[in-house]
Unconditional design. Sequence first.
Length: 239
Amino acid sequence: MKRRLKKWIYAIGSRVAVKKLERVIREIENTETEKLADGAFLEAKIRQIGLRHDGRGLYGDDGRDMNFLAPGLWQIPGQLAGAMALLARHRIASFLEVGTADGFTFSFMAACLLRLNPGLKATTIDINPNPASSSRIAFAAPVEFVVGKTSDAFAERVFDLVFIDGNHSYEWVVRDYQNVGRQARVCMFHDINDQLCGEQSVPRFWKELKVAESGRADFHEFLFHSSSDKVMGIGIRIR
Ligand SMILES: C[S@@+](CC[C@H](N)C(=O)[O-])C[C@H]1O[C@@H](n2cnc3c(N)ncnc32)[C@H](O)[C@@H]1O
């Protein structure tokens, strides 16, 4: 497909996807809080927003919920829904995501967490700008999209929840964990079971963390994939 045509389709798709995201956020703001601990409800909302276009076919059957040539959540719906249902059982007053990309996962998570924890402070950081403009959506409380920074800039800060999904190399996962994950009561990792990332990246760090903090923390894993492929996978460490 010609580059200009692709860009044009992306611009239109982007607008449609941001509208879907905004609609779901408004719905979450008015939903009963019990629903935000219900995996089936959360999964339906994730599907309603749609997944980020990814031509590698990694979503399996969930590919039917992919936004064509458009932004979205870069997630397996069942994995994120399970993780969010678990987070709903914990008091979270501050949240940092490392690795914004389109900002759809952050926006969805921030909306759910804000509904459950009024006054929540939510921040997402990325070294690159977010072209999908989910950052322009109005939230019930201010949320912060920080561009051009890594976790190095937040090394002194303590967050209740940190979601590490930035640079997936082993060295950077260690660095993000040292900077912001270690001191967080709840630390969530993306791609703990991802064959494309490679065993020596996030999967290696997650395995080591389970050994290093064994007996001092609870570890939860969300690995569902429609074809049982090793794709993405979410790990949550709770103290
Ligand atoms: C896999 S994507 C994040 C996906 C997003 N969390 C989601 O679920 O849709 C990784 C993002 O991390 C950003 N990134 C890469 N290295 C980074 C670093 N050292 N610090 C912060 N962000 C980084 C990239 O620009 C990219 O947007």
